[in-house]
Design a protein around this ligand. Structure first.
Ligand code: SAH
Ligand code: SF4
Ligand code: F3S
Length: 465
């Protein structure tokens, strides 16, 4: 099992680089800017990147214009995400021309693909270093070499990236926290780039996860999300028979008032034991994100999802039987190669049957290196777009009706903070992650309060204290 972890020797070597960087930056008032694209895994990684940079002596800034080091943490899930990453990296050329000492690093899922690493090497000369998600713990080394004007570094991940425990973290929020419980993915859904850029599944030890959650609750964190590409297969490669249900039951024993969320579950691995464990404590939030991807069993087969619609619906029925008011959300891709009108109608049918609270809808984006990229019968853009619009139309009506059904109810929310546009309006979230806006004279940020819902639309609720 030790082979799953970055060795103490490697971490010591990084500590030496860190000493070196601290000497170089000491007293200079250097600042660091980290920009994050993509999913919560990247958000969590960026919190560790900020943790490492501040331990190196940098002050974290929100102002990219003045930063002495800029790190772009990229996503590769769809073409749009990569285009966005490249355009953001492009704009930092000016930072380097204005101040040639600026250090620029690119990391995350995009450069883990060889063709993207090559592109960054040849077309983005001002980028000092590029590394994959499995090499994050080596940041002190990359910064040290960049400050010493060493060669530009392009560091592909090892064949089997390892888990680095004990890295410093600077969390974005004082009340919401991500806790990665595992990294990587073994599922190879035929459309998805993640297994190629994040390597095979590896789980943290249960004590490490439980201790981290206990620490967060003690510090006053109120919303904790256990993260992994497929949290249901947590622990499979660990000795001791640990699984996600074990983690949930142990975390449920922690004293304190908090909500625990899971992100993300794969239907093929949802067991009756997990559904049971979800009810183990009031701290486990009464909501579940269960990606459907398609309502057609034939399409699911070609997606390599390992479940059919009967199996999917039996999980939904099990969740609803256990908790009738559970908040359900999902991910759906439209326009997968070969998707017929009939297949798409089946997706709409499931959406109407399940009545999700919200759906994350995506237009299929062919990813180089994945099987679906090569598949025949790619769907024309205008058909994909029409299906996307239709799906959103159907779901928006359901979301609106579900939100309107909450009018008049008094519910518990966690206050996120002031809204960006209006000083008197606050934004909060329900246990099921629905947004609730309300007015207040007092600042309740980071606290649980009760709101009476007075109004609702498709994407938000409105309430009063
Ligand atoms: N591990 C998670 C999902 C990670 S990616 C899971 O299995 O649920 C988040 C979502 O992006 C996926 O659920 C899928 O709906 C979507 N997605 C992934 N690859 C895509 C692609 N090539 N084109 C369009 N959407 C995609
Ligand atoms: Fe991608 Fe499938 Fe893994 Fe999710 S489970 S990250 S969709 S390969
Ligand atoms: Fe994007 Fe990587 Fe997440 S590809 S969605 S940042 S795992």
């Amino acid at each position: 099992m030790l082979e799953n972890f970055v060795s103490a020797k490697e971490l010591e070597a990084q500590a030496c680089y860190a000493d070196g960087v601290r000497k170089l930056v000491s007293g200079k008032g250097y600042t660091a800017f980290v920009i994050t694209l993509g999913c919560q895994q990247n958000e969590a990684d960026s919190e560790r990147i900020r943790g490492i940079l501040s331990s190196l002596g940098y002050t974290i800034t929100q102002d990219e214009k003045i930063a002495d080091i800029i790190i772009v943490n990229t996503c590769a899930i769809r073409e749009h995400a990569e285009k966005r990453a490249l355009s953001i990296i492009g704009r930092y050329k000016h930072n380097k021309s204005a101040n040639p000492d600026t250090v620029i690093g690119v990391c995350g899922c995009m450069p883990a693909q060889a063709h993207r690493a090559e592109q960054l090497k040849h077309s983005y000369h001002y980028v000092d270093f590029v590394f994959g998600t499995g090499s994050l713990h080596r940041l002190p080394e990359f910064v040290f070499n960049a400050l010493n004007k060493g060669k530009r570094a392009f560091v592909p991940d090892e064949q089997r990236p390892k888990i680095a425990e004990g890295l410093p973290v600077v969390r974005e929020s004082a009340h919401k926290a991500w806790v990665s419980i595992m990294y990587g993915c073994n599922n190879f859904c035929t459309y998805c780039i993640v297994p190629y850029v994040r390597g095979r599944e590896r789980s943290r030890l249960p004590e490490a996860v439980i201790d981290e959650v206990r620490g967060l609750v003690a510090q006053g964190y109120k919303d904790i999300t256990l993260l992994g590409q497929n949290v249901n297969s947590y622990g499979k490669e660990l000795e001791g028979g640990y699984n996600i249900s074990y983690l949930l039951r142990e975390i449920a024993k922690i004293d304190g008032e908090f909500w625990l969320h899971l992100m993300t579950s794969h239907p093929k691995d949802v067991s009756p034991e997990l559904i049971e464990a979800l009810g183990a404590s009031k701290n486990i939030a009464n909501c579940f994100h269960l990606p459907l991807q398609s309502g057609s069993s034939e399409v699911l087969k070609r997606m390599n999802r390992h479940y059919d619609i009967d199996r999917y619906m039996s999980i939904i029925d099990g969740l609803k039987a256990k908790s009738p008011d559970i908040v359900l959300t999902t991910d759906i891709i439209v326009g997968f190669p070969g998707e017929t009108d009939e297949d798409f109608e089946k997706t709409l049918d499931i959406v109407r049957r399940v009545k999700y609270d919200s759906v994350y809808t995506f237009i299929f984006s062919p990813r180089k290196g994945t099987p679906a990229y090569e598949m025949q019968d790619q769907i024309p853009e205008q058909i994909k777009k029409a299906r996307f619009d239709r799906l959103n139309e159907v779901q928006n009506e359901i979301s609106r009706a579900k939100n309107e059904a909450m009018i008049g109810k008094t519910i518990k929310v966690l206050v996120d903070g002031k809204s960006k546009s209006n000083d008197q309006i606050y934004t909060s979230r329900t246990e099921g992650n629905k947004i609730v806006h309300f007015e207040a004279d007092e600042d309740y940020t980071g606290q649980f309060i009760k709101l009476k819902i007075t109004r609702a639309d498709t994407f938000a609720l409105y309430g009063e204290i």
